[in-house]
Design a protein. Structure first.
Length: 96
């Protein structure tokens, strides 16, 4: 039977590297899968940080390793009050 590649998830990666325990991994998974009222899941790295299992800088460094040393950028949706937005209009060059 040919070898197959199995995807490794970030939480499993941290557990397999012995950075978090099996119990911590399961607790973080429970936190990840329990959807808040908005229906958005907490990222596993955020769950690990929020539960105090690892510091944010450790999770960030491990995420770079997990993603083959790529810079990791997390996109987070932010609600903005439209009244706080400022309209900027570029200045027209002055005629010489």
């Amino acid at each position: 039977m040919p070898a197959t590649l199995e995807p490794v998830r970030f939480g499993e990666f941290l557990r397999d590297r012995k950075l978090i325990s099996e119990e911590q991994w399961l607790a973080a998974l429970a936190d990840h899968w329990s959807c808040p009222l908005t229906g958005k899941r907490k990222r596993i790295g955020r769950a690990i940080i929020d539960n105090g299992f690892l510091a944010a800088d450790v999770v960030e460094a491990q995420a770079r390793i997990f993603h083959d040393d790529l810079d990791v950028v997390e996109i987070v949706e932010v609600e903005v009050d439209p009244r706080e937005l400022k309209l900027t209009i570029p200045l027209q060059p002055r005629a010489a």
